[in-house]
Design a protein around this ligand. Structure first.
Ligand code: FAD
Ligand code: NAP
Ligand code: NAG
Ligand code: NAG
Ligand code: NAG
Length: 644
């Protein structure tokens, strides 16, 4: 038979001893007022010093000799009276707005389903960390390709190389001592991601050959309904509490918006959709574009082709690679020696130091990004003179190729052998736009037709920042319409009207701030902080506040005035405009970003809860820690604050 018992806790903290355990099954009725006696932890000397007799009216020997009741830390649900039971204290015979306590433990994490779109660097990062940092979640990644790696699976044009040093373009949790080169080529980077996916068994989260077509927010359920096209070609739906887009800022490649693409009878290719089986030997080739992709393609195919016409309608700063201090002479790429590789493999400390040094060097670039700064002027002068040399001193070509906008306004483009290749006999640079294609060639702005066998479009990507699927948020908001050609978000990761959604990476994130991999890790950390609170506090939805977004917007563009990214150049950082807002770049240094995103600014978010009472999550008064057998009942003694 269970009796209703009134519990009198001996106040522990005030008297220097504490409840060790509470076991309701072993309590005894001590007369008219049943109490639980708590066993105490302190040694007898200390107990007598605490003078138990004075405090509690019984003497120590009595306590030791009489049977002592051990008290369990487990909640006894049988002892919970119904809320509307008649209470002896009349004041409590009332209802508090229909609120009912739920028998949950403080900060218990409710189960969640997370869908992530894309298994590129972002998706792999999320899978690896989720398995280690989150609890009670069910993660599903959908990937349209048949393998992991995104950018590095798809971009396989000749010369496709990362221009961030290999030892920085890697995850901090998977440092690779084996990188063959200072700057690695696409295949090797892809292999790195593949190796990680296999080593850590991350592919179990990924369903390949599956395209996410649409995600629609359901306000009532606080979920996204996601439509996917599965490998069997069927359209099925799934749903999730949290949606993450890791679908790639530079994943949706595009042909230039020029007429006649379908008329051209020769071979048409895009840099991001390279046909490796096609042999360019002795072909007449047009390369459209002068961005990072073209800068790598041109010198690599030039020796092979009969004639190459390079359409470069805008000038671009051709620099040395990033992290040049550690690179080869003049900032060039180099291959690590066997000796060096051995050292990295066998001496992990030396390897980590090397990684830290390179990363640290890359982090010191913000001063250069100030349009009117000395660093900017000196670097411009230096790069201009290097470019002139590489162009063989040709004054006309030098004048066409040297930009009049700030260095860094467009992504600085390290081009090994690029400018030299433009001076080769079989290369003709054309500093004009391509306006249309004919059956046999390319027509430029002046109306001149250039007959070619092959047209290679190194014309970039859809950089509108919208995820590569239809996304409908609160009150029917469509992210494509909302973003238009001027995407605005919150700190490059969340978006107004799109609750419970993370965009990796979104508008005005650190897209020109050296290696993206540690940045993705930091965004993941940020998202996980939110997910954890979401799970623990019964949160139904989070969405960045309008005021926060407006204030950030004004700050971003006011600061941008002094930074190179606002200089008038045409760049994907301004979504293809010369005069227009900087849509891609974070307003601050790399380290500024890392510090700001260390803690979520909850004051910038609107939250809704699954329940009317926001404190429902306080539950029945117990914490997860105290009811779990191995929970440390004095964990707060080890809090960093107590150690100060
Ligand atoms: C040629 C090139 C060179 C680059 N060089 C550098 C560099 O030197 N340094 C640097 O820091 N960054 C560089 N970048 C940027 C590079 O994109 C990022 O560094 C990084 O690889 C991005 O990873 P991600 O996972 O965000 O996106 P991605 O690698 O683009 O992966 C996105 C994934 O999402 C999948 N996906 C997209 N839409 C859907 C859908 N609807 N359904 C299912 N799956 C979908 C795609 O198939 C893809 O696998 C380069 C980019 C390109 C294109
Ligand atoms: N090594 C690397 O790290 C590396 C390599 C490749 C790519 N990437 C990343 O990917 C991003 C995109 O690079 P990307 O080179 O593929 O694209 P991009 O930088 O957007 O360059 C596209 C090029 O196509 C030109 N273009 C477009 N339409 C044209 C037309 N009708 N006629 C003539 N020219 C036209 C553009 O000219 P305008 O300049 O006049 O618009 C531009 O030069 C880079 O910024 C970088 O972030 C990195
Ligand atoms: C590096 O190469 C060595 C020797 O080939 C191999 O044993 C090791 O697993 C490799 N490390 C990584 C991280 O790939
Ligand atoms: C920021 O700019 C917008 C215009 O885009 C304006 O409506 C808003 O009041 C500004 N906010 C502040 C705090 O100045
Ligand atoms: C929450 O509040 C609404 C409106 O006051 C009420 O209709 C609803 O019944 C409440 N739900 C619960 C679970 O108390």
């Amino acid at each position: 038979m269970t009796r209703m018992l009134r519990v009198v806790f001996l106040s522990s903290i005030a008297f220097g001893y504490r409840v060790m355990s509470m076991d309701l099954s072993r309590t005894e009725d001590l007369g008219s007022t049943p109490i639980f006696v708590c066993s105490v932890l302190e040694p007898p000397e200390q107990r007598s010093a605490n003078n138990l007799k004075d405090v509690h009216g019984f003497s120590e020997p009595a306590m030791i000799n009489k049977p002592v009741m051990l008290i369990s830390a487990q909640p006894d649900l049988d002892a919970v009276p119904p809320s509307d039971a008649i209470h002896e204290n009349e004041w409590y015979n009332q209802d508090f707005d229909g609120y009912r306590v739920t028998e949950q433990l403080l900060y218990a994490k409710r189960p969640l389903r997370i869908i992530c779109v894309g298994a590129g660097a972002a998706g792999l990062q999320i899978a690896y960390k989720a398995e280690r940092a989150l609890e009670n979640i069910d993660l599903q990644i959908y990937e349209k390709n048949n393998d992991v790696g995104g950018t590095w699976l798809e971009n396989r044009y000749p010369g496709c190389t990362c221009d961030i040093p290999s030892h920085s373009y890697q995850f901090t949790w998977a440092r690779n001592p084996n990188w063959s080169h200072f700057y690695s080529a696409s295949e090797e980077i892809w292999q790195y991601f593949k190796d990680i996916a296999v080593k850590y068994n991350l592919e179990k989260y990924v369903q390949f050959k599956t395209t996410v077509e649409e995600a629609v927010w359901d306000e009532e359920l606080g979920k996204y309904h996601v439509k996917i096209l599965n490998p069997a070609g069927e359209r099925i739906t799934d749903s999730c509490d949290i949606l993450i887009s890791g679908s790639g800022v530079l994943n949706s490649w595009k042909y230039p918006d020029i007429p006649g693409l379908d008329l051209f009878k020769g071979k048409l290719m895009h840099s991001a959709k390279w046909d490796a089986d096609y042999d360019l030997t002795d072909k007449t080739v047009a390369v459209i574009g002068g961005g990072s992709s073209a800068v790598q393609i041109v010198p690599n195919i030039q020796p092979k082709v009969k004639k190459l016409t390079a359409f470069l309608r805008s000038p671009v700063w051709i620099t040395t690679g990033f992290g040049a201090r550690y690179a080869g002479p003049g900032g060039t790429n180099f291959e690590y020696s066997e000796e060096q590789l051995k050292e990295f493999r066998e001496n992990p400390e030396a390897h980590v130091k090397y990684c830290r040094d390179i990363e640290g060097e890359l982090n010191k670039r913000f001063t250069l990004m100030h349009s009117k700064g000395k660093d900017q002027k000196n670097s411009r002068d230096l790069i201009a003179s290097i470019m002139k040399d590489q162009l063989g001193g040709d004054p006309a070509l030098t004048a066409r190729m040297t930009p009049n906008f700030a260095l860094g306004c467009r992504r600085m483009t390290p081009g090994s052998g690029y400018l030299q290749s433009l001076t080769k006999e079989n290369v003709q640079p054309v500093h004009r736009s391509v306006v249309r294609l004919t059956e046999t060639g390319v027509v430029d702005e002046d109306g001149t037709e250039h007959e070619v066998d092959v047209v290679i479009c190194a014309t970039g990507f859809d950089t509108s920042f919208t995820p590569h699927f239809k996304l409908i948020g609160r009150n029917g908001a469509d992210i494509k319409e909302q973003f238009g050609d001027f995407p605005i978000g919150y700190l490059g990761v969340t978006v107004r009207n799109f609750p419970n959604f993370f965009l990796l990476i979104g508008p005005n994130g650190p897209a020109s701030h050296s290696s993206i991999l540690p940045i993705l890790e930091w965004y993941t950390r940020y998202a996980f902080q939110m997910i954890e609170k979401f799970q623990r506090e019964n949160i139904k939805s989070f969405e960045p506040k309008e005021k926060a977004i407006k204030d950030l917007y004004n700050h971003t563009h006011e600061l941008m005035k002094r930074l190179v990214w606002s200089s008038p150049c045409r760049s994907w950082f301004k979504n293809g405009k010369i005069h227009g807002p900087v849509t891609a770049i974070y307003p601050g240094s790399r380290l500024h970003f890392f510090e700001l995103l260390k803690e979520v600014r909850w004051e910038d978010y609107d939250l809704t809860y699954k329940t009317n009472n926001t404190f429902q999550f306080l539950g029945n008064g117990y914490t997860q820690t105290e009811v779990s057998e191995d929970g440390d009942p004095v964990w707060y003694f080890d809090d960093p604050f107590t150690k100060i």
